[in-house]
Ligand binder design. Structure first.
Ligand code: SAM
Length: 231
């Protein structure tokens, strides 16, 4: 509605050259599965690529997509997602556009294998477009969330009512004390990160406050473990 993003979907078979609208063929060197033909892809890409384009070839063999890559892609003018099927796209497609001076990258959305690149393209489009100024109602929403600049997992969120099925919202969030709320949120973010994604804490330097809170969390965890072993 605001013309902030324009998305085009292209049917590869429109560029097929034979009556069966074939887009794949058997692999050189043998082996199972079919490979997508370079000629079909070349004709399709030629129609949409220009000097402002960045060609993203979706493949589980690519660089893993993350929030930093989403931020980088959100500044680009034009992205082309090449969604593979079967055993993927003939590698000469990547080689050709790279050699012609276009920006090309191979991207994976995670360490698993999908049947096709379409959902991967949607995942990336979702993550990237919400970073474009004007897309989200409140631009602050993207500053204070998981995988933002601070690299932590976001603290847990609560809304009304203050008590639901016997579970109360943490007292501090009702206190109106903004400094205490901020500190509690940082502590919860650290706790969640330590418990769910210790890899995110592994190679980063911590502020004095963060180290103190992590020590506090360790002491609390030990106390809880001792308590549990008594029960
Ligand atoms: N033979 C390929 C391999 O082992 O690396 C897997 C091909 S996969 C069955 C078919 C297509 O799905 C790929 O060409 C790619 O476009 C897409 N795809 C599968 N897993 C993906 C992932 N993790 N990230 C991005 N795209 C993926």
């Amino acid at each position: 509605d605001k013309s902030l993003i324009e998305i085009g979907v292209h049917d590869l078979r429109d560029h097929a050259t034979n009556v069966h609208r074939q887009v794949d063929d058997t692999p050189y060197g043998g082996g199972a599965g079919m490979v997508m033909m370079p000629e079909v892809w070349g004709k399709a890409i030629d129609q949409v690529i220009d000097k402002n384009s960045e060609l993203i070839i979706l493949t589980p063999a690519g660089k893993k997509f993350d929030q930093r890559m989403a931020e980088e892609l959100s500044t680009k003018e034009h992205l082309i997602f090449a969604c593979g099927r079967y055993e993927g796209i003939d590698d000469r497609v990547r080689q050709y556009y790279q050699s012609e001076g276009f920006k090309v990258r191979e991207v994976s959305i995670g360490d698993y294998v999908l049947n096709g690149g379409e959902v991967a393209a949607i995942v990336i489009a979702e993550a990237v477009t919400r970073l474009i100024p004007g897309v989200l109602g409140n631009p602050e929403s993207i500053v204070d969330e998981s995988h933002a600049e601070d690299g932590y997992i976001e603290y847990p969120a609560f809304t009304k009512p203050a008590e639901w099925r016997g579970i109360k919202v943490p007292e501090v969030l009702l206190s109106g004390n903004h400094a205490k709320i901020k500190q509690w949120r940082l502590k919860m973010a650290l706790q969640r990160t330590r418990d769910q994604r210790p890899d995110l804490l592994a190679d980063r330097s911590l502020s004095k406050e963060e180290s103190r809170l992590l020590q506090e969390l360790d002491v609390e965890l030990k106390a809880k473990q001792e308590q549990d072993s008594y029960n």
